[in-house]
Design a protein around this ligand. Structure first.
Ligand code: FAD
Length: 407
């Protein structure tokens, strides 16, 4: 049984967008949902006139996922319960999962595939009122985009990663003609995909164990083969590299290297990059390194005090809206998801070493007959947020559950 009360079962946050400008950030040929059939999505995309080396609209990929789920339901192997899970109790060798519709579901195995948690709260916006949108993936963000397009004003996007890019595209597509300020500590925005000659490496050619050594290797390799080839050559080895770092080194990576890693590794489609560049060129989008000091609502909008990186003085600007684009929740201990809360509070699962997600073993088990998938398992694998990684994990977890229940 699949439990999902969001009304977007199968598509999740990423692929339930209806905005045509939102493109996949992985080429169609890399986006099969099925581990054993690498071409599965590419073939369907080509049949509809797409290019397997191109970047499909995310809503088309959402349709593909919905069709897979429909097939599974029609086959009689899957049932969808349209409700949210609000708690899980383990007793007598079974899981009892409480739903927000009052029902309880009994299960022999429980797999958590609940995706990214909403971004953490931003202290500077504690008193910002309703002009501050805390969840960039929810209805409030969509309403803010519509309001900005209809009534103007400037927009502040806090964070300059992929979520910022999504919001910029939505604003542009909605006809927003005001100015957007996108702000983050380092002001680094995602780079664009481009063709390159692959330069694969074996795991033993890359230094393990120390961030500094990996980083030096990456820099040298980038000058030899280009940064895209160098970064992508690490893809098959990222789980091993991450696991070779001790807790202190992993923290060092998150603090110092992550902002650069993220923008070079999680690249955007060239056409998306062109839109972003056009908006920068037209003066409609400014990407700035800096931080928000405080924010307060007044009669004109949201007055924000911000400080550019390196500037002695803070500056004040007024925005119609500020939207939190800082990305998924960094610390699982702050989760508000009632299901996760109940599992953590009851000690049925525990945070990983950096509290990015749950502590899981090599089979992605988070506890007794409890599995976790995707972003929840970042602590163990680091690179486990995109479809090419998650589909392999999903297949392995499905096999492990089958073995466990049959054994
Ligand atoms: C905006 C965005 C764009 C992305 N673009 C790409 C891309 O182009 N290519 C790529 O490879 N990766 C992309 N990713 C990354 C990746 O594909 C997603 O993170 C991936 O969809 C995660 O899959 P998931 O099934 O773990 O979680 P999700 O797809 O987020 O699905 C989780 C589902 O569980 C539901 N849920 C949560 N809690 C409960 C509960 N307590 N009870 C019931 N249901 C619950 C949620 O409502 C949601 O529907 C993107 C991610 C985002 C956020």
């Amino acid at each position: 049984m699949l439990i999902d009360g969001s009304g977007r079962a199968g598509k999740g946050v990423a692929y339930s967008t209806t905005e045509p400008a939102h493109l996949l950030n992985v080429r169609a040929e890399g986006m099969s949902a099925l581990a054993g059939e690498r071409d599965h999505f590419a073939r369907r995309f080509e049949a509809e006139g797409g290019d397997r080396r191109g970047f499909a609209q995310r809503r088309l990929f959402g349709r593909y996922l919905s069709e897979l789920l429909e097939d599974a339901v029609e086959s009689g192997r899957t049932r969808v319960e349209h409700a949210s899970a609000v708690g899980a109790v383990r007793a007598d060798g079974h899981w009892s999962i409480a739903l927000d519709n009052g029902r309880t579901v009994e299960a022999d195995a429980l797999a958590l595939a609940i995706g990214n948690q909403e971004p953490g709260s931003l202290r500077a916006f504690a008193d910002a009122g309703k002009r501050y949108v805390a969840n960039p993936w929810g209805d409030d963000a969509r309403a803010a985009v519509e309001d900005l397009a209809a009534n103007g004003g400037d927009a502040l996007l806090v964070g300059t990663g992929l979520t910022m890019v999504d919001l910029v595209l939505s604003l542009d597509a909605a006809g927003f003609r005001g100015s957007i300020l996108a702000l983050s500590r380092r002001g680094q925005a995602p780079r664009a995909h481009a063709d390159y000659d692959a330069a694969p490496v074996e795991a033993d050619q890359v230094p393990h164990g120390r961030v500094r050594n990996i980083w030096r290797w990456l820099r040298r390799r980038s000058t030899e083969v280009g940064w895209r080839a160098a970064v992508d050559s690490l893809r098959p080895h990222t789980h091993g590299l991450w696991q070779s770092l001790d807790d202190g080194e992993q923290q060092r990576f998150l603090r110092h290297a992550r902002p650069w890693w993220d923008v070079h590794r999680h690249r955007i489609a060239p056409e998306v990059a062109a839109t972003v560049a056009r908006m920068v060129g037209e003066g409609r989008l400014q990407i700035m390194a800096g931080r928000v000091v405080s924010a307060a609502e007044n009669a004109d909008g949201l007055e924000v005090e911000l400080r550019r990186r390196g500037a002695a003085q803070a500056e004040r600007r007024t925005f119609a809206y500020a939207i939190n684009c800082t990305g998924p929740l960094h610390n699982i201990e702050h989760t508000r998801d009632p299901l996760l809360r109940s599992l953590l509070d009851e000690g049925k699962a525990k945070p990983d070493q950096l509290a990015m997600g749950l502590d899981v073993d090599a089979a992605s088990r988070a506890g007794e007959r409890l599995w976790a998938l995707g972003p929840l398992t970042k602590g163990r694998y680091w690179e486990i947020i995109a479809v090419p990684d998650i589909r392999e994990q999903a297949a392995a977890v499905a096999d492990d559950i089958a073995r466990e229940l049959e054994g």
